[in-house]
Design a protein around this ligand. Structure first.
Ligand code: NAG
Ligand code: NAG
Ligand code: NAG
Ligand code: NAG
Length: 796
């Protein structure tokens, strides 16, 4: 037990020292070498000459000699604590003229030989194995000395003489475990120091008579006080404290590592109550026994701040309410009782002067200060890390604390049920810490109306309800580590300047955050699962438009989480094009492109008759295709003509002057029934004959043709034939447009063919006629065989 206690104490000392070093390190010109905890058994030889700070603490170095550090002429700070040095000749530092800070604590030093080091400000020889105080005459010349750490198991008043006249800021005196307390109790009285810290031997009952009440001291710290024997309290320590009453300069008292009874503990408080002490701090206390001491005398005190930290106690054998009453009725402004397993605290019996109460890290429940109207001066109250459960009850508790400005109820198990009780916080509350609870969205329906700083991080909030009453004063909101999906706007928080919302589930923060939150000067929204799609673009742009210091942790903590292909990409590197994101723009672009195409097509149609060309091209390709599929050899055998032409007598001039010359000049054989007339056969027979011997039948369509009965028959035969043969041997040339209505209803074949628009149109423009002829020729072009060749062909 005692080992653990002194361990804690050692740790605290090291911590303080480290802090001091850090302060001194703030100068840019320092060059630090840290070889602590590296298993060294001697001072390393390879330390750079420019080293100003050398830390070789926590090793196994047993010796320090001049050559080790001789060359380090710039050395200012040397930390050698926690090694095994037994002997030290201070003259080894005679070439280290800059040395200001020398820490030799926690070694095995038994003896030193003296030499003045004039610049030394900090010399720590505490926690060593000295019997007598290691104080040289030469110390008296170290006029800069601010801190002196000593240890001894015995001392004489005269051994302190060399430093008696000095204004040393702080002296630490560690009394070794074999310290017997045989010296003159007045030994320390001549010291002229501000701050004294005495460490008594660990594990020993306090039987010391040393008078620690120095007339010059402002601050006194005493460690290791064990008073557990005897029922008459602790006369020796009682004596020590009683003597403090005569020192009116002393304002700070700190007691560490106390093991005593409840009675004596309260007695200590009582004794200190009547001194000049203003700040009283007690830590690491172990208490046992009963409390018989009831009537605490609060009168006539200078005390302002009482802080009690870390108390363990036996099972209570008496009503604890006595203790609570003693604390709650204290007439001081600041009270801290933390890490003490305190389960309850009662209401002060009259209006209390408490301004500040810190009850963190206890086991207080919702019952604390229930219906208590006497804390009307309280401004700051911490109930951090207790066992609070119902927010509504805590809200009710504050109702009468009409001065309360800051409340910390973080690290409890608070939740808020909207249906339970009224939510009327004290109107004075400005800062509320409800972090690390189990609050959900409903908490937004129960917030102090004038709150400026609100910490709700690490709760179970999924969304901030839209209809919450506005918190116009809210300046700082921390909702990190929740489950929020959206970045809230500042509609209801018109003064918001700091928003911390990292570690939530926000995938698509909306860009109008920056518009809505004009007063924002800090946004911390990193470590959310950002979905890198178009919606995020605007948000990223928004970030680009605010001053760079506004967005905290940018760009490192802002990464895409989705889609998979972007996972891990920093948002600052995520780019998508304007076009692919802007729907309106996309529609406009498509529209414009479409329009351009339409205009082009129209122009082509109107001025160049594109459809006609297309139709011709289409027919030409179809013809080529069909020609390939027909079993030609079969056809070629029976055919004598390429085409039979049927036309109305009215169109004969066109046929003779245009059609025939244009076809026949390409060796295309045409059967005209009047020209290739076989005598002795009727006209009908001649026509049929002609059709049968021709590869194709060409019909020259015009209104005249439709009028002619003959023509209809011809068409009929041709069509008939067409179906019989199973091949399309019909070619229609539309010489003049035929209005659909002018075709008699009985000509349904013709109507059907016209409707299919499978005809070649005779172009009026000369320029187009070349293609017309080519098309026509292509559709009737077939190689006709001579009779003789046909025979020889069949013979093979
Ligand atoms: C040290 O102080 C003594 C008096 O205490 C004085 O005689 C001596 O000269 C001083 N030495 C140095 C080096 O200042
Ligand atoms: C006394 O304690 C208070 C509070 O801890 C501190 O602010 C002040 O600096 C201390 N004074 C001295 C002289 O140590
Ligand atoms: C709220 O309390 C937690 C500890 O529980 C602390 O870390 C945090 O800084 C506090 N918030 C504010 C705004 O002080
Ligand atoms: C809520 O407040 C009203 C009026 O202040 C009061 O009548 C009612 O009893 C309160 N309810 C609870 C559950 O505290």
């Amino acid at each position: 037990m005692t080992k653990m206690k002194s361990g804690i104490f050692h740790f605290a000392t090291i911590f303080i020292l480290t802090l001091e070093i850090r302060i001194q390190l703030s100068d840019e010109s320092e060059f630090l070498v840290d070889r602590s905890k590296t298993g060294l058994i001697c001072v390393p030889k390879d330390i750079p000459l420019k080293t100003t700070v050398l830390d070789i603490s926590q090793n196994s170095i047993s010796e320090l000699q001049a050559p080790d550090i001789l060359s380090l002429s710039k050395l200012k700070i040397l930390i050698l604590s926690h090694n095994r040095i037994q002997y030290l000749d201070i003259s080894v530092f005679k070439f280290n003229q800059e040395l200001e800070y020398l820490d030799l604590s926690h070694n095995k030093l038994e003896q030193i030989s003296c030499h003045p080091i004039l610049n030394l400000k900090h010399l720590d020889l505490s926690f060593n194995a000295f019997d007598a105080l290691p104080i040289c005459q030469e110390f008296g010349n170290m006029s800069q000395l601010q801190f002196l750490g000593l240890s001894a198991t015995q001392f004489q008043k005269r051994s302190l003489l060399p430093i008696a006249h000095m204004h040393i800021n702080k002296v630490l005196l560690v009394l070794g475990d074999t310290y017997g307390g045989k010296e003159d109790p007045e030994s320390l009285q001549d010291l002229n120091i501000q701050s004294l810290h005495i460490v008594f031997p660990t594990g020993k009952e306090f039987h010391f008579t040393l008078d620690v009440s120095l007339s010059t001291a402002v601050s006194l710290e005493l460690s290791n006080i064990k008073c557990v024997l005897g029922d008459d309290g602790c006369p020796y320590f009682h004596n020590v404290l009683s003597k403090l009453q005569k020192n009116s300069r002393l304002s700070n008292l700190t007691l560490n590592n106390i093991e005593t009874t409840w009675n004596f503990f309260i007695m200590i408080l009582q004794l200190v109550w009547h001194t000049s002490i203003e700040y009283f701090s007690i830590s690491n206390v172990k208490l046992q026994g009963h409390l018989g001491f009831r009537d605490f005398d609060y009168s006539d005190t200078s005390l302002k701040v009482l802080s009690i930290h870390q108390v363990v106690t036996d099972v209570f054998g008496f009503p604890q309410s006595y203790i609570y009453e003693i604390f709650s009725n204290m007439n001081i402004q600041h009270l801290a009782v933390s890490a003490t397993h305190m389960v309850h605290m009662v209401c002060p019996s009259q209006i209390s002067p408490f301004l500040y109460l810190d009850f963190s890290n206890n086991v207080l429940t919702d019952m604390v200060f229930k219906n208590c109207g006497n804390l009307i001066n309280l401004e700051t109250f911490s109930l951090q890390m207790n066992q609070l459960k119902e927010l509504a009850i805590i809200v009710h508790m504050t109702k009468t604390m009409t001065s309360l400005q800051q409340l910390d109820v973080s690290q409890n198990s608070l939740r808020y049920d909207e249906n339970e009780g009224n939510c009327s916080w004290t109107r004075s509350l400005l800062s509320l810490n409800m972090s690390s609870n189990i609050l959900s969205d409903s908490v937004f329906r129960c917030l102090p109306p004038r709150v400026k700083v609100l910490d709700l991080h690490n709760n179970r909030i999924r969304s901030i309800p839209k209809d919450v009453t506005s918190l116009e004063a809210l300046q700082e909101l921390n909702v990190a580590f929740n489950f929020l999906v959206h970045l809230p706007g500042c509609g209801t928080f018109s003064s918001l300047s700091v928003l911390i919302i990292d570690y939530n589930s926000i995938s698509n923060p909306s860009a109008d955050f920056f518009q809505s939150c004009q007063k924002i000067r800090s946004l911390k929204a990193g470590n959310n699962p950002f979905q890198c799609t178009c919606e995020l673009r605007d948000f990223i742009q928004g970030i680009g438009q605010v001053p760079s210091e506004v967005v905290e942790d940018w760009p490192d903590s802002y990464k895409c989480d989705y889609p998979e292909s972007y996972k891990g990409t920093p948002l600052k590197d995520f780019h998508v094009s304007q076009l692919s994101c802007n729907t309106a723009l996309l529609i406009v672009t498509i529209g414009v492109t479409g329009l351009l195409v339409a205009v082009t097509v129209t122009v082509l149609c109107i001025y160049l008759d594109l459809p006609w060309y297309l139709r011709m091209l289409c027919q030409w390709t179809q013809t080529r295709h069909r020609a390939r599929n027909v079993p030609l050899a079969e056809l070629q055998r029976t055919l004598q003509f390429h085409a039979f032409i049927s036309y109305s007598g009215h169109d004969s001039s066109w046929v003779k002057s245009e059609l025939l010359p244009n076809l026949e000049k390409e060796d295309i054989k045409i059967c005209l029934h009047e020209r290739d007339f076989v005598p002795g056969k009727s006209i009908m027979e001649n026509i049929i004959n002609c059709i049968e011997k021709s590869y194709k039948s060409i019909f020259v369509l015009s209104p005249n043709f439709v009028q002619s009965e003959w023509c209809h028959y011809e068409l009929y035969f041709a069509h008939h034939n067409l179906f019989h043969e199973g091949s399309n041997n019909l070619i229609l040339i539309l010489l003049d447009p035929i209005p659909q209505y002018s075709i008699p209803n009985s000509y349904h074949k013709l109507k059907a063919l016209m409707a299919q628009r499978t005809y070649l149109e005779w172009p009026k423009e000369n320029s187009k006629r070349g293609l017309f002829w080519a098309n026509l020729r292509a559709s009737i072009n077939i190689k006709l065989m001579e009779k003789s060749k046909e025979l020889s062909y069949t013979q093979i």
